[in-house]
Write a protein that binds this ligand. Structure first.
Ligand code: NAP
Length: 247
């Protein structure tokens, strides 16, 4: 892949899809800023692994729902390296429950973690990228934001909002040459889906045209494409990575 920028910040990157995005982008020559909010040992180990493979990486601690911390994090990158060309809003949580039993706080907590955090990231990225009139952001949404899911009214609202928000940011960023896109993974093998029983996994897999869950690296490759110069005319797009489960 070809990239005109140098630095990328990936939120929630110490494990799962975020960690794989970091490895993939580092392999492609970007300096990756690995954001984590807990477990520094995992983030440090990922940085060491990337550096051993000849890549450039740094760890950066903040909770993506904390506006002040997020802004400080972005400023630290720009102060240190002079630019931030790419952002991947990947941090996300679930808190599944049928709507009738869901407390309002259980709804808003997921909205804050998945949508409000990404809003802060997109807005701050737009500010710093505007100075160079160049940049790209990918928001990691979900198939559930496109098709809904029982037990996930909070999660689906956050991810559906993320898809719509990316398009609005794309319209605001276009005149400054800053692109905003989202990806909508289906079922991907990570800690988020490891809790599903084998029976549930088999039921889901049977319904997926490609008959399997996806891997984090299959998501990472799509994110890399959307950030790269190869996607220079792609903005406001929602790229499905779901094995055909939702077309
Ligand atoms: P995961 O294994 O549960 O990892 C989530 C990551 O996000 C963790 O590193 C977590 O940090 C971090 N995080 C959560 N809240 C944060 C916050 N406020 N600030 C900073 N970091 C935070 O999940 P995953 O499967 O890799 O999911 C990554 C993204 O893909 C999420 O947005 C998820 O919704 C989306 N997605 C996943 C799937 C799937 O099937 N796995 C499908 C569609 C979309 P801690 O270690 O501190 O908890």
């Amino acid at each position: 892949m070809k990239f005109s920028g140098k630095n990328v910040l990936i939120t929630g990157a110490s494990r799962g899809i975020g960690a794989q995005i970091a490895k993939t982008l580092a392999n492609m020559g970007l300096k990756v800023w690995i954001n984590y909010r807990s477990k520094p040992e995992i983030a440090d180990a990922l940085q060491a692994e990337i550096e051993q493979n000849g890549g450039k990486a740094a760890v950066i601690k903040f909770d993506a729902t904390d506006e002040d911390e997020f802004i400080k994090g972005i400023n630290l990158i720009v102060d240190s390296d002079g630019e931030l060309s790419y952002l991947v809003n990947n941090a996300g949580i679930t808190n599944d429950k049928l709507a009738l039993r869901m407390k309002t706080s259980e709804f808003t907590d997921v909205i804050n973690a998945n949508l409000t955090s990404a809003f802060i990231g997109c807005r701050e990225a737009l500010k710093v990228m505007s100075k160079k009139r160049f940049g790209a952001v990918v928001n990691v949404a979900s198939i559930v934001g496109e098709m809904g899911n029982a037990g996930q009214v909070n999660y689906s609202a956050s991810k559906g909002g993320l898809i719509a928000m990316s398009k609005s940011f794309a319209k605001e960023g276009a005149s400054r040459n800053i692109r905003f896109n989202s990806v909508t993974p289906g079922f991907i093998e990570t800690d988020m889906t490891h809790g599903l029983s084998d029976e549930v996994k088999k039921t889901y897999s049977d319904n997926i045209p490609l008959k399997r869950f996806g891997s984090a690296s299959e998501v990472a490759e799509a994110v890399a494409f959307l950030l790269s110069d190869h996607a220079s005319y792609v903005t406001g797009e929602t790229l499905k990575i779901n094995g055909g489960l939702y077309m």
